[in-house]
Design a protein around this ligand. Structure first.
Ligand code: UDP
Length: 338
């Protein structure tokens, strides 16, 4: 396993109550994806028995290659819409979904079906097995939020027929279904709305990469750093180990039952600021250039994490510069040099 990920995992394991997960059977859907693979890694280190389901449409086998073949880790290459199992899971972490803006335009029907039929199937499984289920939703349910920092009580401002609607509405439907199972069957459900997360394993494949990995690769290779619009739109960036700790806290804490909780970094930054920060850290000679921004690109995005602080006793710990340096080092070694 590579050094940066290993160091992160070691530190995370020291901070998480090991007994909560030891010998627990845990299903992770989307387990070969960015966040899913980190969940698998840390849960494995904590002694859980993991079933990882991923159809590898966007997840990557190399994200879980250190776990493949190990006792306590099972990989099932399957679309969640077809997944069957006789095993009883104590916990289900359901995060299977395509997550990049480019894909929303290319695969809208599939995205809606995975987030409706797929979530229904996983919820039915949870109901029959009486599993505790955590659904990883997204800040996208808020759409182009008019209340920023955005609390969980904000209902959202989503264009139902826009270019991002398959993802936004798919996730909103999933949330509604999760809550319906909680209300009608008393199922133990938890929902996290995950804001932009970055770190090692963030997607880098061309158009499907996210802004942080894209800017880093552009800066490392001396190519133009492509800021869309004037770069005044904002996001908040949470380092992966913090996001994962937030999710694991939400599956464990009794107060999170039946709740929806934002997980993200509360520091709002403009995309231009991000470009300049990355260029400076890398001491890159790249130029920052401005290109057309896509329709419905949210203007501002930043979570209110008061609820997470209170219920989960969680807040991000990794400082932005430190997280970016780790991500740059990881990308330099794994993508640029390899
Ligand atoms: N972005 C950009 N240049 C790029 C890629 C993205 O300026 O090369 C901007 C994009 O317009 C958006 C923000 O960065 O405002 C975050 O984009 P990302 O694709 O990471 O996902 P989003 O947060 O929009 O879901």
């Amino acid at each position: 396993m590579d050094r940066i990920i290993e160091e992160n995992l070691k530190r995370m394991c020291l901070e998480i109550d090991e007994e909560s997960f030891r010998k627990k059977n845990i299903l992770v859907t989307g387990g070969a994806g960015f966040i899913g693979s980190w969940l698998c890694d840390v849960l494995f280190q904590l002694g859980a028995n993991i079933s990882c389901v991923d159809d590898l449409t966007t997840g990557k086998q190399r994200n879980i290659e250190d776990l493949l073949g190990k006792k306590g880790f099972k990989f099932i290459q399957e679309d969640v819409r077809n997944f069957k199992s006789k095993e009883k899971y104590h916990f289900i972490l359901h995060s299977a979904s395509r997550e990049t803006p480019e894909e929303y335009q290319k695969y809208p029907i599939e995205i809606l079906l995975v987030n409706s039929l797929g979530t229904h199937r996983i919820l039915e499984m949870a109901r029959k097995m009486d599993s505790r289920i955590l659904y990883t939703s997204t800040s996208e349910v808020y759409g182009d939020a008019k209340v920023v920092p955005t609390p969980e009580t904000y209902w959202g401002n989503v264009n139902t027929i826009g270019v991002r609607s398959c993802h936004d509405e798919g996730k909103r439907y999933s949330e509604a279904l999760v809550m319906a199972y909680n209300k009608e069957y008393g199922l133990d459900t938890r929902i996290n709305r995950i804001f932009d997360t970055y770190g090692p394993r963030l997607r880098v494949d061309g158009r499907y990469s996210r802004v942080v990995s894209r800017f880093i690769l552009q800066a490392l290779s001396g190519k133009d750093i492509t800021v869309y619009g004037d770069g005044s739109q904002t996001r908040s960036f949470c380092y992966i180990s913090d996001t994962v700790k937030g999710i694991l806290s939400a599956i464990m804490k009794e107060g999170a039952r039946g709740e929806v909780i934002n997980i993200g970094d509360p520091q709002e930054r403009s995309i231009l600021e991000l470009a300049e920060k990355i260029k400076g850290l890398i001491r890159s000679s790249s130029r920052i250039v401005f290109q057309d921004i896509s329709e419905d690109d949210p203007r501002r995005r930043c979570p209110d994490i008061t609820k997470a602080k209170k219920i989960l006793e969680w807040e991000p710990k990794i400082e932005f510069g430190e997280g970016l340096k780790k991500t740059i080092d990881w990308l330099r070694y794994n993508i640029v040099i390899k």
